[in-house]
Write a protein that binds this ligand. Structure first.
Ligand code: GLC
Ligand code: CA
Length: 552
């Protein structure tokens, strides 16, 4: 059933709350997406990954689901959704939905039942334990929530604790219960029957917890060694795969936090009937303390570029949980557009499916939030906790670099009221730089980032057969200034040169790159574009190029 169409696809992520508001309530919605389908078609993408649009009380912006079969009231109705997917499919665009089944909302019917009594039929849908200590008021173990604090919440209705690896309004589902796994299968099949083309599986590495829930080694995420790819993980995922995902022509991409390349290979190998591919976190962990050195970034990508041919990677620089790639991996300011294009080249010429996060295609950047502007539960928890130690300002400074909020400011469509996102008061602040950075002015400029992306998608399509199956080569691996790699299939080599600095760099052509016919596939720099059949040896600041070299 699987055609593995995603190996030729470019995927665009929509965070619905911040994309386009059609009815002026300040919240992006499904009709807003419908209004922009031609925009997506023109960009040239093949598939949309839509962040959760299910019923939710929005403790974590939809990642806390209270009804898996219906649409969030803020976003519209199931009929709107049906028109949206039909509109996508008419345009040849596939739809991948978010599947959030490590936890539900505490407002889901299952949980409402579950908490009522010890013998409720839904009790075992969640992970309940007695507390420790004389009066049972101490959490059952020392696990920490990924949103800070204990991972346990006491519930006085039954005097037990429930586990929540995220907020206390996101109780973890008990995957050891076969009924829960059957529910997940039914939910997947429900949406697949409605036509969806796959799922992005939220924190999927966390679903199987170690029997006995032992204490963890103290760390920021205490307990993770007992729930990341836990003891029944393969068995449970294989069960969902067999009974649902493999029955349709799906893309199943896992959000795979806290694992390394070897584990990734094991769970994404085509022969293992688990996930098709995954998002690694290794490159986004690099700059937790300091700015990320290019050499380290290259070392991570190298590992994922050299996985066995039965594995497939998913390449991203941004999503709704990450700050913007500018200024994260390349400078903004006067360099913004050139950086945006340079990073796009890097991302798109790696083997794997490239992802674009909304706004990345016009070079949107991080936002200068004030200390009270954050909306994300994680940022708010960080500020609250830091506040207890008098470290609020310090936390704010950190958040200005890394908050998830940076990716969630509304899309900047034009320079008019609210950046054209909404006629009402937006649910979260618009980045004040929208007067300068917005789609309309980008399109009107001669060095448009959007048009570059359009061209990049087209140009890459013609040579993806080389990217997909070609052998990976890399040069100047120790350099913190340049990134130089290649892909070779038969007599053809794609040669990619990227200057990550604001100074010119000399790059002698490596011997491994064949002499012969040279064709420039794409470049973000005029000096390179004007000499399109000669391999560049001098790269201007932040210049990048891709050449196709044919032997003979
Ligand atoms: C994933 C989502 C993130 C969410 C978390 C809990 O990491 O991408 O936005 O907060 O899971 O569902
Ligand atoms: Ca709306």
């Amino acid at each position: 059933m699987k055609t593995r169409w995603y190996k030729d696809a470019v995927i665009y992520q929509i965070y619905p709350r911040s994309f386009n508001d059609s009815n002026g309530d300040g919240i992006g919605d499904i009709n807003g997406i419908i209004e922009k389908l031609d925009y997506l078609k023109d960009l040239g993408i093949d598939c949309v990954w839509l962040s959760p649009c299910y019923k939710s009380p929005n403790d974590d912006n939809g990642y806390d689901i209270s009804d898996y079969r219906d649409i969030m009231t803020d976003f519209g109705t199931l009929d709107d959704w049906k028109r949206m997917i039909a509109g996508m499919h008419e345009r040849g665009i596939k739809l991948v939905m978010d599947l959030v089944v490590n936890h539900s909302s505490d407002e889901h019917e299952w949980f409402k039942h579950s908490r009522t009594s010890l013998d409720d039929p839904y009790r075992d849908y969640y992970i309940w334990r007695k507390g420790r200590g004389r009066n049972g008021k101490k959490p059952p173990n020392n696990w920490r929530s990924n949103f800070l604090g204990s991972a346990w919440q006491y519930d006085n209705r039954t005097n037990e604790f429930y586990l929540h690896l995220f907020s206390k309004k996101q109780p973890d589902l008990n995957w050891d219960n076969p009924k829960v796994r059957q529910e997940v299968i039914d939910i997947c099949n429900y949406w697949l029957e409605l036509g969806v083309d796959g799922f992005r599986c939220d924190v999927i590495t966390f679903i199987s917890k170690k029997t006995g829930l032992p204490n963890g080694k103290p760390s920021v995420f205490t307990g993770h060694e007992h729930y990341v790819l836990g003891e029944h993980w393969n068995e449970y995922i294989n069960e969902i795969n067999k009974n649902s995902w493999a029955q349709y022509d799906t893309l199943i991409v896992g959000e795979c936090a806290m694992i390394n390349d070897k584990q990734t290979v094991a769970i994404t190998d085509e022969n293992n009937a688990l996930l098709d591919t995954s998002f690694t976190f290794e490159h986004v962990y690099l700059d937790v303390m300091n700015k990320c050195a290019l050499r380290k970034l290259k070392a991570v990508w190298r590992k994922y570029q050299t996985v066995p041919s039965t594995c497939w990677t998913s390449n991203y620089l941004e999503n709704h949980d990450q700050s913007r790639c500018i200024p994260r991996y390349a400078p903004g300011g006067v360099w913004r557009k050139k950086s945006a294009k340079l990073l796009a080249i890097m991302n798109f010429f790696m083997r794997g499916t490239p992802y674009i996060y909304q706004g990345q295609e016009i070079g949107m950047t991080n936002c200068e939030f004030g200390i009270n502007d954050y909306k994300d539960i994680m940022s708010i928890n960080i500020l609250k906790t830091a506040g207890k130690f008098g470290l609020k300002r310090f936390a704010h400074k950190k958040l200005l670099r890394s908050a998830r909020d940076h990716a969630r400011t509304p899309f900047q469509w034009n320079n008019r009221t609210n950046a054209g996102f909404s006629t009402g008061k937006p649910w979260m602040m618009i980045n004040p730089n929208y007067k300068e950075i917005n789609l309309e002015s980008d399109l009107a400029s001669s060095d448009s980032v959007y048009k570059f992306y359009q061209n990049l998608i087209k140009r890459r399509r013609n040579v993806n057969y080389i990217i997909k199956d070609g052998e990976f080569g890399e040069y100047y691996t120790d350099s913190n200034n340049i990134y130089v790699f290649s892909r070779t299939l038969g007599n053809e080599t794609l040669y990619i040169v990227l200057n990550f600095t604001t100074k010119p760099q000399i790059v002698a052509k490596p011997n491994a790159i064949p002499d012969g016919k040279v064709e420039l596939i794409i470049s973000n720099d005029d000096t390179l574009s004007s000499a399109s059949n000669v391999i560049a040896t001098t790269l201007q600041p932040l210049a990048g190029a891709v050449y196709k070299c044919s032997k003979g």
